[in-house]
Design a protein around this ligand. Sequence first.
Ligand code: S3P
Length: 173
Amino acid sequence: MRIFLTGFMGAGKSYLGQELARLLGFGFIDLDTLIEAEEGKPISAIFAEKGEAKFREIERENLISLAGFSKVVVATGGGAPCYSNNMAWMNGHGVTVYLHAPVAILASRLKNEKEKRPLLSSLTDEALHNFIEGKINERKQFYEQSHLSFEVPENGLEGLEMLANYLRRFLQK
Ligand code: S3P
């Protein structure tokens, strides 16, 4: 069984995903880290050298390669669910969980992390909030196809144990 975490940049997919994997006794895979290892360069360099369309192809190939793994929690990239029918693929190959967070929280977290993220790196702090809001409006139709939705805590791990217990029961069925 695979658990795919979906949601916007800054929602905590990697941080919460690692903790969730630990609680469930599952392995953890970060899709962006897998892509960087496969390509031998950071995501920002892939965008700069090959462009976003090529990145989305590479992202799709790496995502579907996860069919070979089980008992894993996967943190997907924020755009992954929104391209190439990836959401339907994930729903057919595991349990999907949308990590939902308010725009203000995402903006405050992403302010200091723009450089790593090619879609944000040229934005001023003022433009960031509007960008996030606009993109979430475009993308939520995909995120909301996830089987489950989880409201991320502002800090810490509140509620994660409950999610893990729920998933355990869900996986036993
Ligand atoms: C992207 C999100 C990033 C990464 C790439 C594109 C997006 O992942 O895949 O920069 O389109 O939202 P994180 O959500 O892990 O930051």
